[in-house]
Design a binder for this molecule. Sequence first.
Ligand code: PLP
Length: 385
Amino acid sequence: MTEARRPTPPSEGAPARIPLSRPIIDEVDRRAVLEVLQGSTLALGPRAQELEERFSSRLGASCVLVSSGTAALFLALRALGVRGGRVLTPSYGFVATAHAISLAGATPHFVDVDPRHGCITPETLEEAGAGEVSAVLPVHVFGTPAPVVEIRDWAVSRGVPLIEDACEALGTLCAGLPAGTIGDAGTLAFYPNKQMTMGEGGLVILRDPGVAERVRRLRNQGRTPGVMTFEGEGFNFRITEMQAALGLAQLSRVDEWNARRSALAAEYREAFAAMPGVETWAPISPDRRRAGDQRSWFTFPIFLKDTATRDLVSARLATLGIETAPYFPAIDRIDPYRRSPRSPESLPVTTSLSGRGLALPFHAGLTVEERRSVVEAVGRALHPV
Ligand SMILES: Cc1ncc(COP(=O)(O)O)c(C=O)c1O
């Protein structure tokens, strides 16, 4: 066996018996990717174009595929002219959002979230007292619909662009519209723990086709699509045809998987309702549901009494073969964001949620047996005999 073909050695430690997430990759996906390798167009080809068209008609907006969710956020900011100043965003979320803002040359200014749904609101934006800002960047955390219609009004009144980070929210609806389509720009991500995967990949969603063309040029070294002319700055955030082929195969099944995720979340919620000391993510309120909000579950966090309990339960679950993760560490406590204008004490809801949240194994392929094992293990970890 040659060096190049030797199987990858397992990563450190024994793998968890029940991992946090597992992508669904079957024969349809494998065939789709192999078919690409029988041809010679390996990047930015017909499959990428078809996938962009499928997303455009699904979402009702212009769509540009890029190499990751982080790249999508960066290019959205860049194409909307954000190169500096403060971008209002939650600290309760994945650190990539802040990294993308920094990469664009701006500074994340952290805003607290509403305890009822974990997202920022016009009220928490007001409380942040940021003064002059250059953009607003809410996150649909865990696939929860953030109140982006109200946030859009806030952004319009201040004349700043709204970029929705919907990287965890493919399938989420806000007032009946797909998450990511209400702002000036929105983003999706396709890492293997997401609702669907391309291995790596991201999507920029844009209301203005002219801005979409700008993203297309920025993605590909400033090149005008179809011709050999270049204009302005540029980067390489292209995607391969292998990624696009996998994306096409996955997109046709994502609604079915999201329905399974939703049923699994309902099952977990019911099981944990009977377990003292465990809180789950609040359901969408009846008035928001009536207004057309709908959640696509990215992951399922539980919230324990305090950080010490959370860390103890997590360690005990690891010994029982159940993978968990603290979700999410507050971004304003991670270097290099510690010295951002807001101090951790001024984000009380974020501090509480991030100190107590624990993500459990959650994906569309989780078996009945695995689900039962997770619930039983959480009970044992909380009350060891
Ligand atoms: C909310 C959020 N934003 C951005 C990203 C970045 O996406 P990627 O890892 O594809 O760069 C992620 C990825 O997990 C995310 O969850």
